[in-house]
Design a binder for this molecule. Sequence first.
Ligand code: G6P
Length: 608
Amino acid sequence: MCGIVGYVGEKQAAPLLLEGLKRLEYRGYDSAGIATLSNGRFTVHRSPGKLSQLIERLNGSYPAGTTGIGHTRWATHGRPTEANAHPQTDCSGNVVAVHNGIFENFPERKAALQAKGHRFTSETDTEVFAHEVEEAFTGDLFAAVQKATRHLRGAYAVVVSSSGEPGVLVTARSGPPIVLGVGQGENFVASDPVALAPWTRDVIFLEDGDVARVSASSLRIADSEGRERERSTHRIVWDAVAAEKGGYRHFMAKEIHEQPTAVAETLGGKVSLETGELSFRGTLLSPESVAGFDRVLLLACGTSWHAALIGKFLIEGMARLPVEVDYGSEFRYRRPVVNERTLTVGISQSGETADTVAALSEARRAGSPLLAIVNMPGSQIARMADAVFPTHAGPEIGVASTKAFTTQLAVLFLVAAKLRESRGLERGLTGEERKALAHLPAALKETLDLEPQLESLAREYQTARDFLFLGRGLHYPVALEGALKLKEISYIHAEGYPAGEMKHGPIALVDEKLPVVVLAPHDGWREKTISNLREVKSRDGIAIVVTTRQDEEIASLADRVLVIPETIPELQPILSVVPLQLFAYHVAVRRGCDVDQPRNLAKSVTVE
Ligand code: G6P
């Protein structure tokens, strides 16, 4: 969480920094700030609240300077006030620093620095870093940052600048990400390549422990041992426009509507829809290595964890391998039984979620090979894995995940098919599966055409206090995801439940005011789910049913029915989640909520 950006070159830094921060606001929006250096002095502007408040304060008059740093904050240490906003400075204002992460030993270091006469003005751990650099600086900022980081423990990505060495930024990371953007006569630093999309596509991902010196004409990188390092430059193929709203009112709406293309892009190159042949690079899923696995472990957080739950159904059902699913945050504290016979799969949109990263490292240490399903190329999870299956969803900016989820499901389906093949159960995809995959983007488009119905449903139920989402089998995780979407962006309490478990508790909540969204596609669970629907109706609950065919029985029981296209059961969740995304979106819009930046949340959670 927190977004950081830095610029050094010939252009005026402030407008660039603000533009970069706009693209990073998904990482936090409790406060924002920039610092630029001109005539040997830093000018710092900070504001609590969103970036727009800072821009309003500046009122078109941007501070001068061709070197600068900027920050958008998700508060951890210290309330979201102006004093706690970044950049933080040293005693004299000669050092400015921005930080993403937590310095765990900052209270001790703060006391030690105070004892030496340093004066502090904020509650943040970041300010300690600025003072550590001040203390260590003797004319070489790179050396000062190397020294400063040795005093501090925790997870950090920092960018710092000093008036004592103008035209230079120094950045360091241990945990949260940092990319360097390589330009012509200018260079950049950011938390995410998306921030740099308008100016450069050539980026260098720093490794853990790296410290880099960035000037307009040079880049110097040293690793954690202080050895000089060459890190390779990656070309990001994303279009700068992909990180714009493209005529939509919100990123979330745009991203929901991008799903047909995102899923098609994700499938491209991984499977031949003519022959059903699965093409995966590397040997991790070859028959020889799969023969060495006796189970699969799926690790993820948030929406990606819901994808993992569906992945369990797919892998167990198709490849007949036992699958365990866990949250990153739980896995690493429960003494899990993992070894080289476990195939670990990490699922993450950002590839940077701290809990997932830590859990995967834990599995790694136990000898388990690691497969990553990630959306951010070059991210930490992508880099630590033995094999990567990318989701090609493009940048996902809205905090509530949508297209990342459906593309993860598409990849999980292919992984399940590949495991099945390598276990000698089926060669490639079956004819029916190929047909279903080929039709999937069109079926997604058709599902999106239901939007007017979801708008009207949102109008009707926007004032409900609680919602229940029910589903069975593959649709139980879809129910969880529908409830999560609604909670995240509209702040309505919602629970997802396995439909059969309703009678063990949630049924007590059902009355004439409770809308219950029931996922009842025509699959093997339909009849059972209809029984649960009857239970809801006989207690006067409001039943909103998502199904796949015109169905008289359902029509006679439901208050509202949404008919989505039918596909094979393994791919059905990719379609059935779409009306739930649209519903949450329209409820949030009607309630006047901040759809893309819901309160207290962040897109990329890089702290534990
Ligand atoms: C945050 C986001 C969610 C996301 C989760 C996991 O909570 O708000 O949308 O699902 O992190 O993120 P990841 O990038 O690992 O998929």
